[in-house]
Design a protein around this ligand. Structure first.
Ligand code: ME8
Length: 477
């Protein structure tokens, strides 16, 4: 029976261009979404942008632009990158959306108030604009935030707080029992040890600054001197996008999410604050979180000063969509940190795609076109267990590794069976081998569907039409 499968990416900060890390999280999500569609489930795939932030306003001012115009421009670039990456999202939610997002976030806030979980308190502390969060002295190096290289501001303000502490034990139980599952195991353990220390209540709003445009920052219901802080604003996107609080049919149909995909940097928010909010509001928890690692380049964090930043646009322009999707899916595990360099990318491209898959497809289809007068009538078999299980468990790299084992095995089969020789002495036997090779190539093409969708289609079409595919992956020198 068809199931519903709701999958989300983080919503990205549009204060700068997206980099390869953002491309990674989105591509992994897309692969999972495409796989679920292929097995017949009804999928809803959400991505978006996180716009109500101070750093957004700062970035716009730096460029001398009105924040909303600045945002529109960047969000257009996000959409264009996601287009080039062939991301099959169903909706792009923006947190400045006042029709859908703001009323939904306000409805959620009111549920938390009704549950008695929101209270007002004076707060003072050091605030890092880069993190959009309060930091403590011990987070600082030489008085500066080590991640952003800037001194935090001292803030003293009256805020609303959310009783996060109240939910520590319930969340712990749900994570321990995998009712709310955190994948991989290492991240589950990380969050459990944090929960063992207990959770503090969190600041949930900020005073609205005089210079904040009205179009940015969701007013706290009943107190428009305050705007919602990131938690009830950004995290709420996962349900507001489905029409939560507005009688949304999508919400009724797709919630709870099957999986929220994200990087390890935002695990805490998603595994502690978000479930607490949902529990408080009486909304079911998502089924799981997939928490991937970070991508480095040459073992180092990508940074402009080190000059090791790899722009996804640059790779896409040089190698094409499916090659980039391939590298991210195959050579970076979603369970650990991964690395990429231009050399590693080129080597993998030439070895696995140009010489591997591309060459195999050309060989098989050359034989089929020459010797199979009636072509092939490929059959779609169920997906192999190893492949399906890997994708159900979010092990994208393992599933694609399995496909490439089949590529290698098929190559070997040609070498061993030598159909090009056999057809000369025993036409029927030779054709039989070629027919089988073509069938197996068709299976590979289908298994590639979630990963390299355009190449998968091109290959299937070539097989059905019994012709050689165009050069899928030209060698790069
Ligand atoms: O954190 N390697 O947005 P963001 C792999 N708006 N993935 C990376 C990465 C890297 N080097 N760098 C970033 C935010 N990512 C918030 C999220 S969600 C309700 C709010 C990916 O633009 C990773 O998935 O900083 C990370 O969690 C996400 O980009 C953060 O993007």
């Amino acid at each position: 029976m068809a199931k519903t499968f709701y999958i989300t990416t983080p919503i990205f900060y549009p204060n700068a261009k997206l980099h390869l890390g953002h491309a990674y999280t989105t591509t992994v999500s897309d692969i999972l979404a495409r796989y679920q569609r292929l097995v017949g489930n009804e999928v809803y795939f959400l991505t978006g942008s996180d716009e109500n932030t101070q750093k957004m306003i700062d970035a716009a001012r730096k460029e001398g632009k009105d924040p909303i115009i600045f945002l529109d421009e960047i969000v257009d670039k996000f959409a264009s990158l996601f287009g080039e990456l062939n991301i099959s999202y169903d909706q792009f939610i923006r947190t400045t959306d006042q029709q859908k997002h703001w009323p939904g976030a306000q409805a959620l806030w009111q549920k938390l108030v009704a549950a008695g979980d929101i209270y007002k308190k004076e707060y003072e502390g050091l605030y890092c604009v880069g993190h959009e969060a309060f930091v403590t002295e011990k987070d600082l190096v030489d008085g500066k935030c080590p991640d952003h290289g800037v001194e935090p501001q001292f803030l003293k303000e009256e805020n609303y707080f959310f009783k996060l502490s109240k939910y520590t034990n319930v969340i712990k139980e749900k994570i321990e029992s995998d009712e709310f599952s955190v994948v991989p195991e290492s991240r589950k353990n990380e969050i459990l040890s944090l929960l063992n220390e207990g959770l503090q209540d969190v600041s949930f709003s900020r005073p609205r600054k005089a210079d904040w445009p009205q179009s940015l920052g969701i007013p706290v219901p009943g107190d428009d001197t305050q705007v919602m802080y990131v938690w009830c604003d950004a995290l709420a996107n996962y349900i507001t996008a489905l029409g939560y609080g507005q009688g949304g049919e999508l919400f009724a149909k797709f919630w709870p999410a099957q999986v929220h995909v994200m990087g390890k940097d935002i695990l805490r928010f998603h595994a502690a604050i978000w479930p607490a909010m949902l529990l408080s509001a009486g909304v079911p928890l998502p089924k799981s979180l997939l928490v991937h690692g970070f991508i480095t380049s040459g073992g180092k964090k990508m940074s402009k000063t080190l000059g090791n930043v790899i722009d996804p646009e640059e790779l896409l322009a040089e190698y094409g969509t499916d090659a980039v999707r391939y590298y991210l899916a195959r050579h970076i595990s979603p369970f650990e940190d991964g690395d990429i360099t231009r050399e590693a990318f080129k080597d993998a491209y030439n070895a696995d795609l140009a010489n591997g898959l591309g060459n195999l497809a050309a060989r098989v289809m050359q034989l089929a076109q020459t010797h199979l007068e009636n072509g092939t009538h490929p059959e779609a078999a169920p997906f192999p267990k190893e492949y399906a299980e890997a994708l159900e468990n979010f092990e994208v790299h393992k599933a694609l590794g399995f496909v490439f084992e089949q590529v290698g095995a098929l190559d070997q089969k040609i070498t061993q069976t030598e159909p090009f020789k056999v057809v000369k002495t025993d036409a029927a036997a030779g054709k039989k081998i070629i027919f089988e090779l073509t069938q197996e190539l068709y299976t590979i093409a289908r298994l590639l569907g979630p990963f390299t969708p355009a190449v998968s289609e091109a290959l299937k079409q070539a097989i059905v039409e019994n012709k050689k595919p165009e050069n899928l992956f030209p060698r790069k020198d």
